[in-house]
Ligand binder design. Structure first.
Ligand code: ADP
Ligand code: MG
Length: 700
């Protein structure tokens, strides 16, 4: 049976070499099995037949029985179209083709009863269907047709070359006829029972030829479950292997530094989420395996505190830590914040960045190697070969999306035994996605903001209303607040973007003149020292307005700043908008975010603005972002298309994913190597998928 399914697609009756080649090229279908696993992306109710005089504008897709009475080719300008007059006993309408005219004209039979199907639109009260599906009524009546008609994904080339949805449907029928639909079960019997799954064979039949919405739902559930289940088996297995093989430093104790800090220096009560996450990290670092953990928390959720307390645990066990940030500004900010919090603990904390002077550098190198430097904060500079630790026990990486996997592993290599790694990100990756993409990382989530924060109010304003916005700013400044105004800088080198920024700065300086107001500016072309000085002035409250590019996107913390104005907001992605907004709302005052855009907005831009106005929930925003952009873009990497799923949808099917993951866990807990006889088939399928290396290739 298995062999039969491996038959090249050309051999299927009705396919042949030409179509076979098309299927390979356009849809990647080269065997019977590939075709069977080519699933519909939607279904249409075909139980109802319309009469032509029943058509109205609100009909979606309609099915009509009638005859073609006349065909003509109409030339108009450069274009050509084929128009067929189609009639039933109630009236007439047109069927229209713009492509594949020659082929269709030849195949049209005048006066023979047909069933046509498509979207009917009216033009001057006269209806037409463009590119309808057509079938002889006699064939229509005979075919293995069900009320729910599957619609398969297609391409323009396929449509033009006469491979319609109906053709695919017929191939599918032929396939099921030839193979007797004898698809072998891939999942253990017990699992089918426990997870309430229908057998593979039934699922395959009903996904292509559903008899009712109920059986269709069962078939979809079963196949989605299966797909996600095998991915999870792979990810969990990797994770188990890692836990097994990669030894870490067990941090057995929580001691003097941690306790002293917790009892005497904690600047505020920890949130419940912070406590929970610190406990997770502590447990994870406490055993023999190396920790590899992703810490997710929305902007302002207090990840820095978690990082500090984790580093204190390392210190209590006699190990050094480092914290790597993506920008110099952020590294500085961390350095200041952490030094402040750690005052009185007697810890040696230093910072190393590209602009650290040679003499300071020398001291840092020495102290690192002799172990007297406890915590090193910095930028990419930490990765340089010259930077050698005495014993690096924990590496914290802030804002993970700016660093690649390679950089992560570079930190590992700084010791014989790799340090524990804590990756912190404010880009909320939906948990489902994190689970399926980073199944090899454990995930902790801070899902609670520190108390007393007022939700930021967000509005969308058109450029034409700028005067009102300026008036609002003046009122806020009069109350003692500070303002961010951010300009897009999509490409570091873009001259236009800089011009926008500098023009903006000039006009803001005019509208908010000295001595009453003072305006700061920070952008990527400034020297780091100048940037820092300007940030410093703003954070000390010496200037009212900070005009900036996305340089400030990551991490800066000025609690008195309560208004974030984002210029040309339509040019930013959702996660970036959310990051920027997170710069305000950090103090006790009500904060605002104003999204400025032009009048013309694309559909997606509108959705982005509406989403920002509607919610402050980073996870909700991430889900919308994911839907708009697809998983690849969201990660800021080239992963789009990697999650090449046949049937499941990571976002929509997150419940099934969680379900599948639980079962995968249970099975592997009981039988890690899948050696039990009842798991033999599952193991075989698993091995085959692993060999194909489709999705897991890129996972670190
Ligand atoms: P992020 O997760 O974005 O890195 P930070 O660590 O910068 O957030 O924290 C944001 C702000 O909230 C900081 O000013 C920090 O001191 C403060 N903060 C963190 N945790 C708490 C808490 N439990 N209670 C009150 N304020 C807190
Ligand atoms: Mg932070």
């Amino acid at each position: 049976m298995a062999d039969l399914l491996q038959t090249p697609i050309e051999y299927l009756k009705g396919v042949g070499p030409a179509r076979g080649q098309l299927l390979r090229k356009e849809l990647g279908i080269s065997t019977y099995a590939d075709l069977a696993n080519f699933f519909p992306n939607r279904y249409i109710d075909r139980t109802r037949y319309y009469k032509i005089n029943e058509l109205n504008q609100s009909n979606a897709e309609v099915q009509i029985i009638g005859k073609i009475v006349h065909v003509k080719t109409v030339e108009q300008g450069k274009g050509k179209r084929l128009v067929a007059s189609f009639a039933d006993d109630t009236g007439q309408m047109d069927l229209v083709w713009f492509q594949g005219i020659k082929w269709i004209r030849e195949s049209i039979k005048i006066g023979v009863p047909l069933v046509v199907f498509g979207k009917a639109t009216a033009f001057n009260g006269f209806y037409n269907i463009a590119h309808p599906e057509m079938e002889l009524l006699t064939e229509h009546e005979q075919s293995l047709r069900t009320a729910l008609q599957p619609v398969y994904p297609s391409t323009e080339t396929l449509t033009n070359r006469g491979i319609s949805n109906r053709t695919v449907n017929k191939m599918m029928q032929q396939l099921f006829l030839e193979t007797q639909a004898n698809f072998a079960e891939t999942l253990p019997e017990q699992l089918l029972k426990d997870a309430h799954l229908i057998p593979k064979k039934a699922a395959m039949f009903n996904i292509h030829f559903p008899k009712s919405t109920e059986v269709l739902a069962k078939a979809q559930f079963r196949l989605k479950f299966e797909e996600l289940f095998f991915i999870q088996l792979q990810l969990i297995t990797k994770n188990l292997i890692r836990k097994h093989k990669i030894k870490g430093h067990p941090f057995k104790q929580v001691g003097k530094y941690f306790n002293d800090f917790y009892q005497n220096h904690l600047p505020f009560e920890l949130t419940g989420a912070q406590k929970r996450v610190i406990k997770e990290i502590r447990n994870d670092m406490g055993n023999e395996a190396q920790m590899n953990r992703l810490l997710q928390g929305d902007v302002g959720s207090g990840k820095t505190m978690v990082a500090l307390m984790s580093m204190l645990i390392a210190l209590d066990n006699g190990f050094q830590s480092c914290l790597m940030a993506p920008t110099e500004i952020l590294a500085n900010q961390h350095f200041k914040g952490l030094s402040e919090m750690a005052t009185g603990l007697g810890i040696n904390i230093k910072i190393l960045t590209g602009s650290t002077k040679a003499p300071d550098r020398k001291i840092i190198h020495e102290e690192l190697e002799n172990g007297s430097l406890h915590i090193l904060i910095g930028t990419h500079a930490l990765l340089e070969d010259k930077v050698k630790f005495h014993n690096l026990g924990l590496a914290v990486i802030d804002e993970q999306h700016r660093f690649g996997v390679e950089q992560r592993s570079k930190l590992w290599k700084k010791n014989d035994i790799p340090p524990h790694v804590l990756v912190m990100t404010a880009t909320p990756i939906p948990r489902t996605l994190a689970m399926s993409l980073y199944g090899d990382l454990d995930v902790s989530v801070i899902d609670e903001l520190p108390p007393g924060r007022k939700p930021i109010q967000t509005v969308h304003r058109y450029d034409a209303n700028r005067l009102k916005v300026w008036k609002f700013i003046k009122d806020e400044i009069a109350k003692g607040r500070q303002i961010y105004i951010v300009y897009p800088l999509i490409e570091e080198s873009s001259k236009m973007d800089y011009k926008d920024l500098m023009d903006g700065y000039e006009s803001i300086s005019r509208d908010f003149p000295l001595p009453q107001y003072s305006v700061s500016i920070v952008h990527g072309k400034m020297k780091p020292a100048d940037k820092d000085a300007e940030m410093e002035r703003f954070s000390k409250g010496k200037t009212n307005i900070m005009v900036a590019t996305t340089v400030i996107e990551v991490g800066v913390n000025v609690p008195n700043a309560s208004v974030m104005i984002i210029e040309s907001a339509e040019r930013f992605g959702l996660s970036q908008l959310h990051q920027l907004r997170g710069r305000v709302g950090r103090g006790a005052e009500q904060s605002y975010c104003i999204l400025m855009t032009g009048h013309k907005l694309s559909h997606d831009s509108k959705t982005r603005m509406e989403t920002m106005v509607r919610t402050n929930d980073g996870f909700e925003i991430a889900e919308v972002d994911l839907k708009l952009r697809g998983p690849g873009d969201m990660m800021g990497t080239q992963q789009s298309g990697v999650l090449n799923l046949q049937i499941a949808d990571i976002v929509r099917d997150r419940d099934i994913l969680a379900h599948a993951r639980n079962f995968a866990f249970e099975i592997l807990k009981d039988d890690p190597a899948m050696q039990k006889p009842e798991h033999a088939t599952m193991r075989q399928v698993y091995m085959e998928l692993t060999r194909k290396k489709n999705i897991w290739n890129y996972i670190s």
